[in-house]
Design a protein. Structure first.
Length: 207
């Protein structure tokens, strides 16, 4: 059975909810925009980011979070791994943070324009994302991709002319970015191509 092609990371987060339980950490939470979705299943939610903000609970380095071992049953890390200079160490830190049986839910781009936040280091195939966690002894529960050919094309246009990482965004730019994403997703329903995709994901259990 073919896997669904999610419109974006928000849809993927919703898809992953059956794996969410207990104390949940959102690593690289940004604006914590997925908090309401995650709290549908999590008992607690902690937003962690490199930068302070109104929705951030803890500020720090993702490679050295400072939480005790086994502090969480679920760790989310969405669209962050491309910004980490040593991603294998991030996988190790996530493993340390998880209690036995806990689940890591991670996404990262494969084909996307450069977007420093504050830096941009890597891109991940599905196999590359899977290997980061399989090599650390995780049980892989799900691994795949989302955002196919047209989505990728429109995403490049969005980042070039309607960049959500820009210091100032007009309401019109935000609306146009969303409009382009929806058109890319719609057109991809007619495209049979699984080698051009925007993002990779892995859902992995600590054993």
């Amino acid at each position: 059975m073919p896997k669904p092609n999610f419109l974006g990371t928000r849809e993927f987060v919703t898809h992953s909810l059956p794996h969410v339980h207990g104390r949940t950490l959102d690593l690289g939470a940004g604006t914590a925009k997925y908090k309401p979705i995650i709290l549908e299943k999590a008992s607690t939610y902690t937003a962690f980011d490199l930068f302070s903000g109104p929705n951030i609970d803890v500020v720090g380095d993702i490679l050295h979070t400072g939480f005790p071992d086994g502090s969480f049953e679920t760790v989310f890390c969405t669209q962050v791994f491309e910004h980490i200079p040593q991603p294998w160490l991030a996988a190790l830190e996530i493993k340390r943070l998880l209690a036995t049986g806990g689940v890591a839910i991670v996404t990262a781009p494969f084909l996307q324009a450069s977007h420093a936040d504050p830096h941009d280091y890597f891109r991940y195939t599905m196999e590359g994302m899977k290997s980061l966690f399989a090599n650390e002894g995780f049980e892989i529960l799900d691994n795949g991709m989302y955002g196919k050919t047209c989505f990728v094309l429109f995403d490049f246009i969005k980042l070039r002319w309607f960049n959500p990482y820009a210091t100032k965004q007009s309401p019109g730019s935000v609306r146009m970015a969303r409009y382009l994403a929806k058109w890319g997703f719609t057109l991809d329903r007619f495209v049979k191509n699984d080698i051009i995709y925007g993002n990779s994901y892995v859902i992995a259990r600590k054993v």
